[in-house]
Design a binder for this molecule. Structure first.
Ligand code: NAD
Length: 494
């Protein structure tokens, strides 16, 4: 069985006793295995990043920018290959895989502007003969720990800015779809990145804990589920590191009676079921205000009956399988639980039969969901859309604000005043107005509120430059030009 290598100081490392199977979720068959790092391998990856740091932090900004421009071209050229790798191990359809690469490219393009992003500030003559200036310097070795659901985009959320700022990186990707991160490291190398600047360490808790406890790792970026995000935040910050830990979500889409119901139904279908609902910005709850429930539920039902679910490599497929059999069964158990709790199962994904042995399940639409039901409270991370009916905007808003998660949210309306009110008072980090998945473009930062983010720094964009640098302020005194003439020590016209 082919083993996916770690990349340590530019070398492929496949040795090691522990490994885990990697599956093609569309066939259910094991296709590779991935080594799970030992403590020694984790130490070697951290040591490689530490050794590369003095050289990389001293590298010129033009050289760094050049690498990002090269990488941008390579990522564009190799998108079909990389999409195929994503689809093979993750299961999402090829167009979704290409879409996540395109979103990740935004972070590479942002990083290519590092000359502007790393500019310091200067104040002249703050006191007689005294100037002050600031510079942004790298924090050191950064540990980046990523989830399975975006094996290219989420690593690029972190490593593009971290590397641009002069840091070196140990990337610990998800062990469920690890090949894409090796491909990215190879592209970085081809783009001109020196060995040791980006290391890829596969593994489980052993590798993660090594990063959290090593005194040589100065910052941790994490994206994944909330319980692990909380653990990462608490452990890394107790060890004196700066941490950003993005967690899970339950994103609500409020639809007001004046909304364009067809547009809202289209948006709900693509945002709830795209990538099989395995997106942290997926819509999982429609908050139907007034009579909206009676109109939008049939509109969504009509649309999802036509959805084509199948192998992600088939151009006809609009949705692929889930990541594992356990994930599939978990989703099915939430639909069963909703039924037992008295919700109305309008479309039952468990009923759909598939020819393949993969981890497939059909999409589910659950109406008359109440806020005390598990199908409402928990992040399901699958193709299940709950509809909660409320009488008023205020009731809908309270529902959203009371939920433990506050990643993204959206409102569908034709009323600009209500939309502005919603933007002002809703408790979530990213808000869409007639946009179901408001993932910020790369020049803004991404992050949720409440249990969707631990730490105070959002990811990528301007906040990433702040997170991945330390500011240094320098105060200098020279003879005051206002009162003293500089003696140059040689003849001068001045
Ligand atoms: P996960 O939390 O299981 O895994 C994330 C990472 O943590 C992986 O690299 C994994 O190896 C590691 N990990 C898992 N268990 C660990 C443990 N006990 N100790 C130390 N490390 C551990 O998440 P996942 O299933 O890969 O991804 C799905 C989750 O990620 C969902 O909850 C989703 O909402 C969330 N997510 C959030 C965002 C966001 O921006 N907020 C983006 C993408 C995904």
């Amino acid at each position: 069985m082919q083993r996916i290598p770690h990349i340590i100081n530019g070398e492929k490392v496949t040795a090691g006793d522990r490994s885990q199977a990697v599956f093609n979720p569309a066939t259910g068959a094991q296709i590779r295995e991935v080594g799970l790092a030992s403590d020694d391998q984790a130490a070697a990856a951290i040591a490689a990043a530490k050794a590369a740091l003095p050289m990389w932090r001293a590298s010129s900004l033009t050289k760094r920018a050049d690498i990002f421009f090269n990488l941008r071209q390579l990522l564009k050229q190799r998108t079909p290959e990389l999409s195929a790798i994503i689809t093979e191990e993750h299961g999402k359809v090829l167009s979704d895989a290409a879409g996540e690469i395109a979103r990740g490219l935004e972070n590479v393009e942002f990083a290519a502007g590092l000359m502007h992003l790393l500019k310091g500030e200067r104040d002249e003559q703050v006191a007689s003969g005294v100037d002050v200036h600031s510079v942004k310097q790298p924090v050191g070795v950064v540990g980046c720990i990523t989830p399975f659901n975006f094996p290219v985009m989420v690593p690029l959320w972190m490593i593009a800015s971290a590397i641009a700022c002069g840091n070196t990186v140990v990337l610990k990707p998800s062990e469920r779809d690890p090949s894409a991160s090796v491909f990215i490291a190879e592209l970085f190398k081809e783009a001109g990145l020196p060995d040791g600047v980006l290391n890829v360490l596969h593994g489980d808790k052993v590798a993660v804990d090594a990063l959290l406890h090593s005194p040589d790792v100065k910052a941790i970026s994490f994206v994944g589920s909330t319980p692990i995000a909380k653990y990462i935040y608490e452990t890394a910050s107790a060890n004196g590191k700066r941490v950003q830990a993005l967690g899970g979500a339950k994103n609500h889409m409020m639809v007001l009676p004046d909304a364009d119901i067809n547009a809202a139904a289209d948006a709900a279908v693509s945002a709830a079921y795209g990538s099989a609902g395995e997106r942290c910005m997926a819509i999982s709850v429609v908050v139907a205000v007034g009579d909206v429930g009676d109109r939008i539920v049939p509109a969504i039902k009509e649309r999802i009956e036509k959805l084509v679910i199948g192998d992600g490599t088939d151009p006809a497929s609009e949705m692929g399988p889930l990541i594992t059999q356990e994930a599939r069964d978990r989703v099915a158990s939430y639909v069963a639980g909703a039924q037992a709790d008295g919700a109305t199962i309008v479309v039952d994904g468990r009923d759909q039969k598939f020819n393949q042995n993969g981890f497939f399940i059909g999409v589910s639409l659950v109406d008359n969901v109440k806020p005390n039901m598990k199908v409402y409270l928990d992040e399901i991370f699958g193709p299940v859309l709950a509809v909660v009916r409320v009488d008023t905007y205020e009731e809908g808003l309270a529902l959203i604000n009371d939920h433990q998660y506050g990643n993204g949210t959206a409102i569908f309306t034709r009323d600009g005043g209500v939309a502005r009110q919603f933007e002002f008072e809703v408790e979530a980090g990213m808000v869409g107005v007639n946009v179901p998945i408001p993932v910020p473009v790369g020049s803004f930062s991404f992050g949720g509120w409440k249990n969707s983010l631990f730490g105070d720094s959002h990811i990528y964009g301007p906040e990433s430059i702040h997170f991945y640098t330390r500011s240094k302020v320098v105060t200098t005194r020279w003879p005051d030009p206002a009162t003293s003439k500089v003696d140059l020590g040689f003849p001068s016209n001045h």
